[in-house]
Design a protein around this ligand. Structure first.
Ligand code: 13P
Length: 260
């Protein structure tokens, strides 16, 4: 049986409140005119943190089946951490998910594996579902290190405490090769599928085959409506994490429909 589908838009540092609500209006009209999102498909948006409250209110009032997530969190629930997002506050605002280890956080903001694993653990402890992002740089790929990097990034989160895995109903991971993000250079569906299969094998080794089978592994990196179906056709790719193409409601809707 096919696993659930997971389609998410990472808006990064784009869209203010009015543009975000306009997007939701247009997206819900498209859903009303077309098909509603089936239960087997989760659709999520990760807007800027300041937009979560108004978007959550809007989603509730329009009855749209979209989950909201936060792009970055700190592991402490509160305190003197200027500029960071608290998980309990994000939950109160309406976030159900949190991105952890996105390549822009790892490479621009220098988050290392220890930070990523601390954030992941904090999400579980404080009650928001983490979506772990992993992926190699172009240099690492050229040096044949893709699997080593993925294994290091996955193990950093799960291997030191198997209890972390036992607590979870499923694990959400996005394979996002750094060289494919925002560049228009996407991994071939076959390569992306093989990396997602490799991640599932790692999860199986760490947490057992049943947890690995329930887990949802997505691909991200220059996904558009013109290539989304090719990725979703791959047996091992359960979903997509989309940057640029998720900013346009028509384009995002076309991609979401490919998952139905
Ligand atoms: P693009 O789809 O713009 O390449 O971004 C991918 C991404 O970083 C999603 O998290």
């Amino acid at each position: 049986m096919r696993r659930e589908r997971f389609i998410a838009g990472n808006w990064k540092m784009n869209k203010g409140v009015s543009e975000s609500l306009e997007f939701l209006d247009k997206f819900s009209v498209l859903l009303e005119q077309g098909e509603d999102i089936p239960d087997a498909v989760s659709v999520a948006i990760f807007p800027q943190a300041v937009n979560i409250v108004p978007m959550a209110d809007h989603i509730r009032s329009r009855g749209v089946n979209i989950l909201l997530g936060i792009q970055n969190v700190h592991w402490k629930p509160s305190g003197a951490f200027t500029g960071e997002n608290s998980i309990p506050c994000a939950i109160e605002a309406g976030a159900k998910l949190a991105l952890v280890g996105h390549s822009e956080r790892r490479h621009i903001f220098r988050e290392d594996d220890l930070w990523v694993s601390s954030k992941y653990l904090a999400c579980l402890e404080q009650g928001v579902e983490p979506l772990l992002c992993v992926g190699e740089t172009e240099e690492e790929r050229n040096r044949g290190l893709t699997e080593d990097v993925i294994e290091r990034q996955v193990s950093a989160v799960f291997s030191h405490d198997p209890g972390i895995m036992a607590e979870q109903e499923r694990i959400l991971i996005a394979y996002e090769p750094v060289w494919a993000i925002g560049t228009g250079l996407n991994a071939t569906p076959r390569d992306a599928g093989e990396c997602c299969a490799f991640i599932r094998e790692l999860l199986s080794g760490l947490g057992g085959p049943s947890l690995a089978d329930r887990s949802l592994i997505s691909y991200g990196g220059s996904v558009k409506s013109s290539n989304s179906e090719d990725y979703l056709e791959q047996e091992e790719i359960d979903g997509l994490l989309i940057g640029g193409a998720s900013l346009d409601p028509d384009e995002f809707y076309r991609i979401v429909c490919d998952a139905f």
